[in-house]
Design a binder for this molecule. Structure first.
Ligand code: ASP
Length: 471
């Protein structure tokens, strides 16, 4: 007999079915025992009747979270016992057979509550149990639906999903890189990409024209608020785009996600307002203003594009001009001579073809039109304080690629962890990441970071120098 799912029992009235899953709860009523059996689709009530003594005796031993197989006949629940809240609520299964597949220890915390009352460390240590709670199940499944929506939406618009390397090279996105030592090339290192920025631009040189990827990015930053060492972006790049095409693409995508997956939510304003950076700073003192009309409404979504960012900002600590977004972003200049003139006059006044998308006061996407003129790109690296030989070593491949027929291009990347957290009304991104790290970057379930053997270090040509203990 084939297993059926709890949500479907209503289709089998009067028939014998087989269910497999976890014991959610057991209720003992003396003559009768009820259990809620849980599977990925929800729960179904199973009743053990006194006439089947052998099966009822096993049922008496059942505990929460045991994994079982039950056979039984589907019947209507008595009037007054119907549970309107669950799809299987009008029916129950009268057990004829029961097998305990695996037993379970008592979980270290309640997995039926929403879990917010439980210390996060213990939730993280037993994440596989924490994920069983209905709220987390919903978060994971809604996230999967959003991913699927994105894939369908972009594929229908002729975007190709292309994977780019994780074992890569240092990228200039402004954060510290995670390094991966090379065993074969002594003393050399790969870096985990802070984003696929250069690869996606090179895919434009390669003639792909429309690329996307749901991709992990890695940034070794000190813990600042709600961040993770690795996070997921929807990364997009297009050839021959106007800025407006990119903005409306991402706007249509988010409006579509809302309509399809979050019909209970409403968007404050469509088309999303496009506010120049300068105006946003003057009016809201923020480049990600929260434009909700009613901040107590969990179903209000206020999207807004911030456009016309300045291209450069002064870094006082390093005494140099740095790109506000990244060095590949196109300043609003017509050519190198024009750039030089404007930069000599007032670097801080040069605007960029750069934009962000804010949602309810959080930045959920950012991107730009790129510089495709290799001379201008080299000049931008230079004004940011790179020496000629560094430019060649770090970005020579980009400059060279741009000499082989580069199309004008631009793109955007959207931080999915944050977007999903807002949509799911979750206070932090850890609630929508299956195996999140703690705020201080540890994986308490796997116990990572952890020691490795001397043998492993030796192979990697690495010696660990421990800090002298004080005193
Ligand atoms: N790579 C950029 C980022 O991660 C996004 C972009 O410019 O497309 O912020």
């Amino acid at each position: 007999m084939e297993r059926i799912l709890t949500k479907d029992i209503g289709q089998y009235e009067g028939k014998e079915v087989e269910l497999k899953g976890w014991v959610d709860v057991r209720r003992d009523h003396g003559k009768l025992i009820f259990i809620d059996l849980r599977d990925r689709t929800g729960i179904a009530q199973v009743v053990f009747l006194p006439n089947n003594k052998e099966v009822k005796e096993i049922a008496e031993t059942l505990r929460s979270e045991w994994v079982i197989r039950v056979k039984g006949v589907v019947g209507n629940r008595p009037q007054g016992m119907i549970n309107e809240k669950i799809p299987s609520g009008a029916h129950e299964v009268a057990a004829t057979e029961l097998e305990v597949i695996t037993q379970a220890k008592t979980p270290p915390f309640d997995i039926q509550s929403d879990g917010k009352e439980i210390g996060e460390d213990i939730r993280m240590k037993y994440r596989y149990l924490d994920l069983r709670r209905p709220r987390m199940q919903k978060n994971m499944r809604m996230r999967a639906k959003i991913n699927q929506y994105i894939r369908d939406f972009l594929s229908a618009r002729d975007f190709a999903e292309i994977e780019t390397p994780y074992i890569s090279k240092s990228t200039p996105e402004g954060a510290r890189d995670y390094l991966v030592p090379s065993r074969v090339y002594e003393g050399k290192f790969y870096a985990l990409p802070q984003s696929p920025q250069q690869y996606k631009q090179l895919l434009m040189v390669a003639g792909i024209e429309r690329y996307f990827q749901i991709v992990r990015c890695f940034r070794d930053e000190d813990t600042r608020g709600d961040r993770q060492p690795e996070f997921t972006q929807l990364d997009i790049e297009m050839s021959f785009p106007t800025q407006e095409e990119i903005l409306s693409l991402i706007e249509d995508l988010y409006v579509g996600i809302m309509k399809d997956l979050y019909p209970e939510k409403h968007i404050t304003q469509v088309p999303f307002p496009r506010i120049p950076y300068k105006d946003a700073m003057e009016k809201y003192n923020s480049d990600k203003p929260d434009l909700r009309k009613d901040k107590n409404d969990p179903n209000e979504l206020a999207f807004t594009f911030i456009v016309d960012f300045p291209a450069f900002e002064w870094k006082e600590t390093e005494k140099r001009w740095d790109a506000v977004h990244h060095p590949f972003t196109k300043p609003k200049v017509s050519h190198v001579a024009d750039f030089n003139e404007k930069f000599a006059k007032s670097p801080g006044d040069i605007l960029a073809e750069q934009y962000d998308l804010a949602l309810n006061g959080f930045e959920i996407a950012g991107g730009s039109i790129r510089i495709h003129d290799s001379e201008l790109l080299a000049r931008v690296f230079e004004v940011m304080g790179n020496k000629q030989e560094d430019i060649q070593a770090k970005f020579g491949h980009m400059l060279e690629a741009f000499e082989y027929g580069v199309p004008p291009h631009g793109g955007i990347a959207s931080g999915l962890d944050r977007a999903v957290a807002i949509l799911q009304n979750e206070p932090n991104i850890r609630e929508v990441i299956a195996f999140a790290k703690t705020g201080d970057g540890r994986d308490l379930m796997m116990d990572s970071p952890s020691d490795v053997t001397d043998e492993q270090l030796k192979e990697l040509h690495i010696a660990v120098v421990k800090k002298q203990k004080q005193g």
